[in-house]
Structure formats: structure tokens, C-alpha cells
Write a protein that binds this ligand. Structure first.
Ligand SMILES: Nc1ncnc2c1ncn2[C@@H]1O[C@H](COP(=O)(O)OP(=O)(O)OP(=O)(O)O)[C@@H](O)[C@H]1O
Length: 269
């Protein structure tokens, strides 16, 4: 078992994952450099979420290796992986999952308090991150009183507040409209760069991938050289393909735009 290259904070080799017998990842290898913002692109069902789950230790591949900071994650026991995820990693879901009983600032401070940071220090940090994400004014509201886009900003603040080594963001701007998407992504990437946080970002949106330092593409669970996808259309733009007369895609349950997975690609060597 060879250790990964020194300049990769995260590294995976020949990952094979099958969900109920169906292949989700087939021999995927990837290296993520420290402080890098890496986009994992590809159409729906191409394996992006599965890859992020393997890299973050949520899922152990049936075959293959994952290393973080020269430590083999694939051989860790469940408790060690949980500890690693809690102490070093952050995760942003496509739709915000907040604790309904807690206010926005308490949600944003939650991971810090779970790590043993005092309530006062956690609150200060949470309020700073909420401000940076333009939801400082919502700090005392509970999730039910927030817009979906505000909830997602709170969820992003919660992931950033502990300043983890790596943030895994799975379609983090899916619930947002186009203008919001760019602003939130810029905040996320700027915060990551200023704090040296590595970001692994799953997206099927070309505009989102453009903000990354580098993009790797997946198709049908394999690394490919290129995947050309149309940018996600804005459902609020009447002139766009998602507008009133358009027929491409459909609005998801949370109002987000869905794109078809049309891709032109070539298999990598
Ligand atoms: N828990 C599961 N059980 C069965 N099949 C699954 C499961 N999770 C994912 N799959 C399948 O594995 C493949 C890869 O899914 P994955 O969610 O990783 O892709 P993705 O690129 O993230 O897609 P999306 O953009 O829709 O989230 C798909 O065919 C998917 O249907």
C-alpha cells in the first residue's frame, strides 16, 4: 500500500463502488491539492455524490484506497472515521438540513459547540460567518421563518465556522437562483481561500465549475476528460429555456432547476 504524493491533501486510488449491485464508481482515482478548489463535474447519476462520500469517509468503497493527510481512511474503523469527519471535514448538502428548534446563529454555531468551543466564542464566530453570507439579519430566526436560500446560507456558514481542512459541497447552490448562486459561491470560495480550506465541489453546472481551480469530470462512474454541459437555466428568467415557454428540464420539489444530463465526453486514458 503506497502512500499518496506529498502535495495531495486528499487522494484516492481505483475506487469501485456498487449500490445494490449497480456500479456507481468504476476505478476512479483522484488527487486534491491542499487549499485547492476542485470541482467534480458530470451529469446527474454520474457518481459525484458517491465520490464525495468516499473521499469524506462517509462511505467505504468496496475496492480502492482513500488517503487524507497521509492517513489511510479506507482502513479506519467507524469511530475513527466519524472523528475525522467531525474534526477535519465539513459537508454542505444540496438542500439545507437545519435543526428546526434552533435559531440561525445556533445552527451556524452547532459544530463549533459540538467540538467543545464555548457558547460565547461559537456565537461570535457564527455571527461573523452569517454576516459574510449576507444573512446576519436572520441570526435570531428559526429555520421555518427563513427562505430556502437563507437556510442554505446558514448551512454554508455552519460548515465554514469550524474552519475545517476540507469542505465537501454537494451541489451547494442547488436551491438558489442564478444571482444568489454566484454570490454565495464567491463567498464560499473566497472564505476557503482566505482560510486555506480545501473545497471539493460536486456540480453539474458549468458556471459553478468555472469558479474552481480545476475540474475533474465523471460520466457513468468513470473519470473522463471532458463533459460539456449547458449552464443551469434560471427558472425566474422568462427569456431562458426554463422560462414559461421553455420545455427543457423541470423544477424540483424545492424549486431548483433540474438539467438534463446531456454530455459530450471522451474516456480518459
Ligand atoms: N443509495 C443508493 N442506492 C442505490 N443506488 C444509488 C444510491 N446512491 C446512488 N445510487 C446510484 O449510483 C449512481 C451514482 O449516483 P450519485 O448520486 O453518486 O451520482 P451524482 O452524479 O451525484 O448524481 P446527482 O447529480 O443526481 O446527485 C446513480 O446511478 C444512482 O442512481
Amino acid at each position: 500500500m503506497a502512500a499518496p504524493p506529498d502535495n495531495d491533501v486528499l487522494w484516492a486510488r481505483a475506487l469501485h463502488v456498487r449500490h445494490n449491485g449497480s456500479p456507481a464508481l468504476t476505478g476512479v482515482s483522484i488527487g486534491v491539492r491542499e487549499g485547492e478548489i476542485l470541482a467534480v463535474g458530470g451529469p446527474r447519476g454520474s457518481g459525484k455524490t458517491t465520490l464525495l462520500k468516499c473521499l469524506s469517509g462517509q462511505l467505504v468503497a468496496q475496492e480502492g484506497e482513500v488517503w487524507f493527510d497521509s492517513t489511510p481512511v479506507h482502513t479506519m474503523g467507524t469511530m475513527s472515521r466519524e472523528r475525522l469527519r467531525r474534526d477535519r471535514f465539513g459537508w454542505i448538502d444540496p438542500a439545507p438540513v437545519l435543526v428546526p428548534e434552533l435559531t440561525a446563529w445556533e445552527n451556524a454555531a452547532l459544530l463549533l459547540m459540538l467540538r467543545g468551543v464555548s457558547r460565547r466564542r461559537a456565537k461570535t464566530a457564527a455571527l461573523e460567518w452569517l454576516d459574510r453570507l449576507d444573512v446576519g439579519g436572520c441570526a435570531r430566526r428559526r429555520p421555518y421563518a427563513l427562505l430556502q436560500s437563507e437556510r442554505q446560507r446558514v448551512a454554508i456558514a455552519r460548515a465554514l465556522a469550524p474552519e475545517p481542512s476540507v469542505i465537501f459541497a454537494d451541489e451547494p447552490t442547488a436551491p438558489l437562483h442564478r444571482a444568489d448562486r454566484a454570490q454565495v459561491l464567491r463567498t464560499l470560495t473566497a472564505a476557503a481561500r482566505s482560510h486555506g480550506i480545501t473545497v471539493v465541489l460536486a456540480t453539474h453546472d458549468a458556471d459553478t465549475a468555472a469558479l474552481a481551480d480545476r475540474t475533474v469530470s465523471l460520466l457513468d462512474g468513470r473519470r473522463v476528460n471532458t463533459v460539456h454541459l449547458p449552464p443551469i437555466a434560471d427558472p425566474t428568467d422568462p427569456t431562458g429555456p426554463m422560462g414559461p415557454t421553455g420545455s427543457r428540464g423541470s423544477a424540483g420539489a424545492n424549486g431548483s432547476a433540474e438539467t438534463e444530463g446531456r454530455a459530450a465526453c471522451s474516456l480518459s486514458a
